[in-house]
Design a protein around this ligand. Sequence first.
Ligand code: SF4
Length: 399
Amino acid sequence: MVSFHYKELKTISKNTKLIDTYFISRVSVSPYRSCVHDCKYCDGRAEKYYIEGSFEKDIVVRRNTPDLLDEKLKKSREKGFVMLGSGTSDPYQFIELKEKLTREILKRIKKNKHSVIIMTKSANVLRDIDILRKINSYGKAIVMFSLTYSDDVIRKDFEPYASPVAKRLNAIKVLKENGIAVGILAMPFLPFINDSYEQIKSFTGILKKLKVDFIIPGALTLRPGIQKEYFMDVIEEKYPLIFERYQELYNKKLSSGAPKSWYVDELMEKIHDILQKYKIPMYIPHYLYKGVVPVYDEISILLAHMEMIYSSHGIDISRLKRGRKQYNEYLSSQRSYYNKKRSLRYTELESRIVSSIENGQMINIIDNNKIIEFLKEIVVENKEYDYINKRIIIENRKV
Ligand code: SF4
């Protein structure tokens, strides 16, 4: 029996000096805490999140999140993405059909002319396609579905109350037909269950046909404590033949819950190879955030993604890493100044950074001519970077 606990939040997410380059947002909001989807591997039930009661049966409903977000966005002087949802609660779990808090949040995002990136395992997101289309008319709406297989038997064992695979695939199709960008959070791949080369290849082939914009993969982590015990009980009961292999793979008791590194290396190598063949990026691609986030954040995200892309290809990233560090230090100091000067608009901060790239003064910040020349093409000549072919595309496409 699921219980709902109604709570008022005092604040939502904190202001950060630098953007979250993984999920390309500065603001995040979750109208619920904990999750009835009851994914057996969910990190949300780990002790570090201080969940009261049962993770899948005691759901906190934060009724004032739309108002808090509205206030925050009204005061914000910057454009960009709001991250809706989290790794510890799904914004479209079934209580949403009654409470409509996620829908209300989307309305406030639209009212304040921001963009949105949604993380979900539920096809209920289709209910809000009308608002997503409106957000897309001035900014960008991105839906990230969490999915790692095309087999509903696995879903029933590990994600019993999330939408069936066929429903999620249909939702992807409908969203794409409506011009909404869709990415896949392909995590966690479950060792020895859905992580073979053939399984990942066939799953990726299905997603390619649906024209997903990106796939962000990840391995299963099992933090010592409730999360690991809960998950291992399922393996012991339903997959007893691989129980010992799991114990061996996760015997390091790392607080992150990471498996042995050889496994992660092998998994990532397979995924990398498959995604390259299908030409699907492993990070949110440049064309989805260019023009949506301020130019100074676009640079932060792009340099971070390039670092990860290049290192996964075995390319030396030491100079890029240094340049990114120098840029981020500079941006942090500029943003401190911007935060103090309430009369300053973000476009003025953008212009300052674009001019310093254009007139070459950025070399005093990033002592690397190659990076400056690259940034000139991106922000002055408004070109786009192609994550798959690792090259600049002449024209920035409109999606
Ligand atoms: S949908 Fe997400 S938050 Fe909910 S139980 Fe599954 S993994 Fe956790």
